[in-house]
Design a protein around this ligand. Structure first.
Ligand code: CUA
Length: 161
């Protein structure tokens, strides 16, 4: 009887300790991803829906992209930024719901009419990052794409429409 009485509280202590770990570990990982890795959660932007696609350069390594989605293309089709650039993506749709996924980044947004959605990515290596529509939007959904061209530092980036 005595062993049972002393054994049960020990098991409870272990379960209690494990439950604290299961709560504390995800919170610690969230804290690391936000404060150490600088991850930001995609969000709706407090910005009026725009009708003009543009790439705005705020600093040598800081860009803002206003992306338009429509059946079945993105505008601009090509965005060129230098290696190391941080890019703020704002996206709005001109017609139906589209997806906006930038491969190799955590930018995965929904493009909606009359709503501006926002995501941020930092491009630390040169190369082509494919942008895909990942929400079915009609006949040519599979062909709806664009590209983020990340150039080696020193080259002058220029975006094409
Ligand atoms: Cu646009 Cu699928």
């Amino acid at each position: 009887m005595t062993t049972r009485e002393t054994g049960v509280p020990l098991l409870e202590k272990k379960i209690l300790a494990a439950s604290f770990v299961f709560i504390a570990l995800p919170l610690a990982l969230i804290a690391v991803s936000v404060y150490k890795l600088g991850q930001r959660v995609p969000t709706c932007a407090p910005l009026a829906p725009f009708t003009k696609a543009e790439v705005i350069q705020h600093a040598p390594d800081r860009y803002e992209v206003h992306m338009l989605a429509r059946m079945w293309e993105f505008e601009p089709k090509v965005v060129k930024v230098p290696k190391g650039a941080t890019v703020d993506f704002y996206i709005v749709s001109e017609d139906v719901s589209h997806g906006f996924y930038v491969s190799g980044t955590n930018v995965n947004l929904t493009a909606l009419p009359n709503v501006v959605n926002y995501g941020q990515a930092r491009f630390d290596r040169a190369g082509s990052f494919r942008v895909m529509c990942n929400e079915y939007c009609g006949l040519n959904h599979a062909r709806m794409n664009a590209v983020i061209e990340v150039t080696e530092s020193g080259e002058t980036p220029k975006s094409a429409q």
